[in-house]
Design a binder for this molecule. Structure first.
Ligand code: HPA
Length: 275
């Protein structure tokens, strides 16, 4: 599936004619969709009704794009994301990000549930992404892309924006949640990692591991959107505790932290300043 510029435009026009404009968009990760209920004056567009939009297949993801306000700030909220392990191409995963760029979005907050690799981290804490590691060869920037979405070669020295990070640190303090900081390793999944893979990731400098966020980070960086990445540490990564990992555990952790997370996110958005 290759998208044409007309497809991106058609999607952006559809959304633009139904939702108010916003500078900031939030992608809600596994089990974290409850934040969407906090939006004031929300208008909801199910993904299946948006032309060319992929449809989320993961049960814990709602699959709607919302426009609304949080503390009077207009935002777009994607409740449900697209993962590589669902069978989507990197181009499909990046689709929504590129459409957000056409809609004028400047700040993208990517949230996810992740496994904690650093043993001093605890389940239920949050981690601010300071950087990422990705081994997997495929990239959303691979192939032919309309020039609107950035140049082929682009800097990724600091994928996460320092000012947005500052806003998140202040937001965490105001919400009274523990915010760790570290490097997120992207693994394609859907199987969880082996204990040996986690030891490898730790040796290479990763603090948490997950199956999302990095493709969107790359697509956003390419078209010049500032990115903030936040993980909920939903479980200790494989081999750290003597217990098997399960999807239920990840979703349950999301539910337990949903209220904290929503408060933290709302406080963070308050602290995001303009240009
Ligand atoms: N590994 C990969 N992805 C994840 C994990 C994990 O331990 N927890 C939540 N998403």
């Amino acid at each position: 599936m290759h998208y044409r510029m007309e497809d991106y435009r058609e999607t952006a026009d559809y959304i633009g004619s139904r939702l108010s404009a916003a500078d900031t968009a939030i992608v809600l990760g596994s089990g974290l969709g409850g934040f969407a209920d906090r939006l004031q004056g929300a208008v909801e567009l199910p993904y299946c009704e948006i032309p060319h939009f992929p449809v989320a297949t993961v049960a814990s993801h709602r699959g709607t794009l919302l426009g609304g306000r949080i503390n009077e700030k207009p935002v777009y909220c994607l409740a449900g994301r697209f993962h590589y392990y669902e069978g989507y191409s990197m181009e499909e995963i990046a689709y929504a990000v590129r459409v957000l760029h056409l809609l004028g979005v400047k700040n993208l907050i990517l949230t996810n549930a992740a496994g904690a690799i650093r043993s001093s981290f605890r389940v239920g804490e949050f981690m601010l992404l300071t950087d990422y590691i990705k081994f997997f060869h495929d990239s959303p920037a691979r192939g032919q892309l309309p020039p609107e979405f950035g140049s082929r070669f682009f800097d990724m020295t600091h994928p996460y924006d320092p000012l947005l990070q500052k806003a998140a640190r202040k937001g965490a303090a105001a919400a009274g949640v523990t915010l760790r900081e570290g490097v997120y390793a992207f693994m394609a999944g859907p199987q969880f990692e082996t204990a040996a893979e986690i030891r490898m990731l730790r040796t290479l400098g990763a603090d948490a591991v997950g199956m999302s966020t990095v493709p969107e980070t790359i697509a956003a960086a390419q078209c010049g959107i500032r990115v903030l990445g936040i993980s909920l540490l939903a479980n200790m990564a494989a081999g750290i505790l003597n217990a098997p990992l399960s999807d239920e555990e990840v979703v349950e952790a999301g539910k337990r932290s949903e209220a904290d997370f929503a408060c933290f996110l709302a406080e963070t958005i308050k602290n995001i300043t303009g240009e």
